[in-house]
Design a protein around this ligand. Structure first.
Ligand code: ADP
Ligand code: MG
Length: 338
């Protein structure tokens, strides 16, 4: 036997899953991204035992053509980019063609999908192997169920934390997806109790009310700003209303929720010395920019991206927040609202 051998497809998928699918919340994130990319206006997320037993997503997106259902589970197979040029102008949330094969390699997946104009398809895979595939009557859209996550990767299963921790992670990711897509109606249900629901009417402030509560959303202030490269808008809390963690800072670029230490710093800098030590505001900053200014192909989970002209963007965010808060101090009736 040769010493150096190519890995089997199942093994490469499991290795990719190690990067992309860290915990149940990662599955939820990838499946929501697919539903968003498919143009859904409604996404229902039904979870059992913090996703370890079952994660079910129902969307009303464009569906997968019956003859392409197997392709969706092949590694590096995607409908989202076709050329090198596309890679530099990514407008979809996905593009790596990794999520479905990775998830399928470490769980049991059932997918039912239809484009609405032909007979739908049903497929069931276990540990990455196709067990059953048949046609199915189905409304337009996709329903995907992921069960027994990590059943064949005991080390990963061990790493998974308590139900509460995993559920908090899932809620966090669904909230951020909903905040970055106010035009989509999201619903999250855990063990039959509804944890959150957004209207999906396109209004960010109403989406924030659905997530953080009406009282808090009412107190948030609108910010806006632009320079030659970036357009920003969003809502921020007044300095009196803070939280003990940075979890309430949301940065969205062209509909993609990202993690960015420097942009978080810019938000906080906008408050100047008005925040107490160890306290952080609640803020949602939506950024619109030419995709050419962004490299999203940096990390498998696509949450870290590289931004050209990051310093300019930081300055823009900081000054928009500073301006908003300075104005707030000058208007007495606003103080009456506190
Ligand atoms: P990527 O999103 O990077 O393309 P995935 O493995 O997540 O890779 O999905 C593979 C393909 O399956 C997608 O490119 C898309 O064509 C199709 N697909 C997955 N989920 C859905 C969905 N909910 N609705 C429609 N098509 C989907
Ligand atoms: Mg995807």
């Amino acid at each position: 036997m040769a010493k150096i051998q190519e890995l089997s497809e199942l093994l490469t998928n499991q290795i990719a899953a190690g990067e992309v699918i860290e915990r149940p919340a990662s599955v939820v994130k990838e499946l929501i991204e697919n539903a968003i990319d498919a143009g859904s206006t409604q996404i229902d997320i039904l979870i059992e035992e913090a996703g370890l037993k079952k994660i079910k997503l129902i969307d009303n997106g464009e569906g997968i053509p019956t003859e392409e259902v197997l392709n969706a589970f092949k590694r590096h197979a995607t409908s989202k980019i076709y050329s090198r040029d596309d890679l530099f102008r990514i407008r979809t949330l996905g593009f790596r063609g990794e999520a479905l094969p990775s998830i399928a390699s470490v769980s049991e997946v059932t997918l039912e999908t239809s484009t609405g104009d032909q007979e739908g398809a049903f497929i069931y895979l276990r540990g990455g192997k196709v067990i059953e595939k048949r046609s199915a009557q189905s409304r337009k859209g996709t329903t995907i169920t992921v069960e027994n996550l990590f059943f064949n990767t005991p080390a990963r299963l061990k790493y998974v934390k308590t139900i509460q921790t995993e559920l908090a992670n899932i809620t966090d990711i669904v909230n951020r997806m909903a905040i970055s897509h106010p035009g989509i109606a999201f619903r999250l249900v855990h063990d039959e109790s509804q944890l959150m629901r957004t209207a999906g009417n396109g209004h960010l402030k109403q989406t924030l009310a659905g997530i953080y509560g009406v009282a808090l959303a009412k107190k948030m202030r609108k910010i806006e700003g632009e320079d030659l490269d970036f357009q920003i808008s969003g809502y921020i809390s007044l300095p009196e209303m803070t939280r003990a963690s940075r979890n309430y800072l949301s940065i969205i670029i062209n509909g993609r929720y990202i993690k960015n230490y420097l942009l978080n710093k810019a938000i906080i800098a906008g408050y100047r010395s008005k925040l107490m030590v160890g306290r952080f505001p609640i803020a949602v900053i939506e950024i619109t920019a030419d995709p050419l200014l962004m490299d999203v192909n940096v990390h498998p989970t696509k949450q870290e991206i590289r931004i050209s002209k990051e310093k300019e963007l930081m300055a823009l965010i900081e000054s928009a927040i500073h301006q908003c808060l300075s104005k707030e101090q000058l208007i007495p009736e606003a103080l009456g609202n506190l």
